[in-house]
Structure formats: C-alpha cells, structure tokens
Design a protein around this ligand. Structure first.
Ligand SMILES: [Cu+2]
Length: 266
C-alpha cells in the first residue's frame, strides 16, 4: 500500500509541474527570462532527485516487505555519507553560482548611464512614482512638507526650482525597450515592489533608497503589488506598470507637464 501511495504521489507531483496551469505569466525582461531558465534548471535537478529518491523508497518497501527478518543495526557508511554530502554541496554551490547572472547581475550592477530614473515612494498603502520632468533632476523633499490631502504626498519643497517640473503619479508608465532605473523608497514601514512579469521583488525600506533596474520588452499593463505585510490596508496596496511605445511615453509626459502647468505649478 505504501509503495503504491508513494508512486502515486510522485506521479501526481510530476503531472502538476508538467501541466503548468498554475505557472507564472511570461517574463517581459531579459533578466526575467534568465530567472526562468535558472528556475527550470533547479527544478529539473531537484525534481530528478525527488523522483529517484521516492521511487527508490517505494521499491525498497515493496521488495523487502514481510521478509520476517529483524532490522539490523548499522554504524553508517562513511564513503556513502561523504559522497552524498559532497554531491549536495556541489549542486547547492553550483546552482548558487550559476544563479548569479539571474539574481545578482540586476542588483549588484548599477543601471547604465542612459537609464530613465524614476523614483518609487511607498507609504501606507499607496505607491507614488516621480519623474524628473524636462530638467532631468529630482527636486528636494522634506518630510515636514508631506501632505497627501493637499496634493504633495512626497513633501516636495516648493523653494527648490528642480522640483517645480517633477511629475508625481500613482501608476508607473515606462517606454518599451528602454532601461528604467527605479529608486525605491518608503515613508513609513517596510513595503515592497513586486511585478511578476519582471521577476523582480524588492523591499522598500525607510531611510534607504534601493536602486533596481530593468528593461521591459513587451507592451502591456502589469500589476504592481506590495508583498510585505505592511498594515491593515496591505491587501489594497496595488498599482500598475504600463509598458508603452516610445511615442505613447512622450505623450504621457507631455500630458502630465500640461496638467502641472494648468494646476499652476508648485
Ligand atoms: Cu505595503
């Protein structure tokens, strides 16, 4: 019975992975595709070991059932223990080193000089995205000036001319095929920025500006969610990443600049 149950378990596990119905949506960045390749490799190696180990156990249960012999005491086998510890170390370290390209490259290297800087500020329970405006510079902010109800959620300092053209919006719009340099901040507790299609998940930590860069290669609208339990409204903390064509991006910026002028600037 146990041997049959184990074999059934292995069959069901393999079936669900091969079926792939609950897999993630397709990646939209070169790094995302790298993460997927790395994940598939890890899954293939650990999956093969899982199948062999469980089927081996089922075989042993079946083969040695009811033989009437008592169990015999063993001191273990040094050679075998060395072998599987060594194999585990090689696989673990090997996958870790291979994963550098997928995980580390995006975090341990800075964005290229031509990347578009966009600041993400998280707070309970919203995202605010800031663009530099035509001057290419972010204006100064002051925590004392933070006032979402009067339209200054980031606390932009009106005396700093660099901040007068800064665009602040609740959703992230980026041009396709261009590198984006996200600068992630938090005003209160630890939040996070997670976009499944980018295969990126990064905490927003109060007091830090965490950079994260990506180049999306597929036009579309994707969910941005907070994956840190940040308070009662955590489940509502949500925004969108709009990947648009270069010309749509230009008109988005134009429109925002126009709105800012209509509002009389800051
Ligand atoms: Cu949050």
């Amino acid at each position: 019975m146990l041997a049959v149950a184990l074999t059934g378990l292995v069959g069901a596990a393999v079936y669900f992975f091969v079926w792939g119905k609950w897999g993630p949506p397709a990646a939209i960045t070169p790094v995302g595709k790298e993460v997927d390749r790395q994940y598939q490799l890890t899954l293939a190696i650990t999956g093969a070991i899982f199948i062999l180990a469980q089927l081996g156990l089922a075989f042993a249960v079946l083969r040695y059932r009811g033989s009437g012999r008592g169990a015999h005491y063993s001191h273990g086998n040094n050679k075998l223990e060395f072998l599987w510890t060594f194999a585990t170390t090689v696989i673990f370290l090997g996958l870790g080193l291979l994963g550098y390209k997928a995980w580390g490259a995006v975090r341990l290297t800075p964005a290229s000089p031509g990347a578009i800087p966009i600041e993400v500020t998280t707070s309970q329970f919203v995202y605010n995205f800031r663009y530099t405006g035509p001057d290419g510079r972010f204006g100064m902010t002051d925590p004392k000036l933070i006032s979402p109800s009067t339209g200054n959620p980031l606390g932009l300092d009106p005396n700093d001319p660099a901040g007068r053209d800064d665009i602040v919006v609740p959703t992230l719009t980026v041009p396709v095929g261009r590198e984006i340099d996200l600068l992630i901040r938090s005003q209160d507790v630890i939040h996070s920025v997670f976009v499944r299609e980018l295969r990126l998940q990064q905490d927003a930590v109060p007091g830090l500006t965490v950079p994260l860069h990506f180049t999306a290669d597929k036009i579309g609208t994707y969910d941005i969610v907070c994956t840190q339990l940040c308070g009662l409204g955590h489940s509502r903390m949500h925004s969108y990443l709009n990947v648009v064509s270069e010309s749509d991006y230009e008109s988005f910026l134009k429109r925002q600049e126009q709105l800012l002028r209509q509002a009389g600037g800051r």
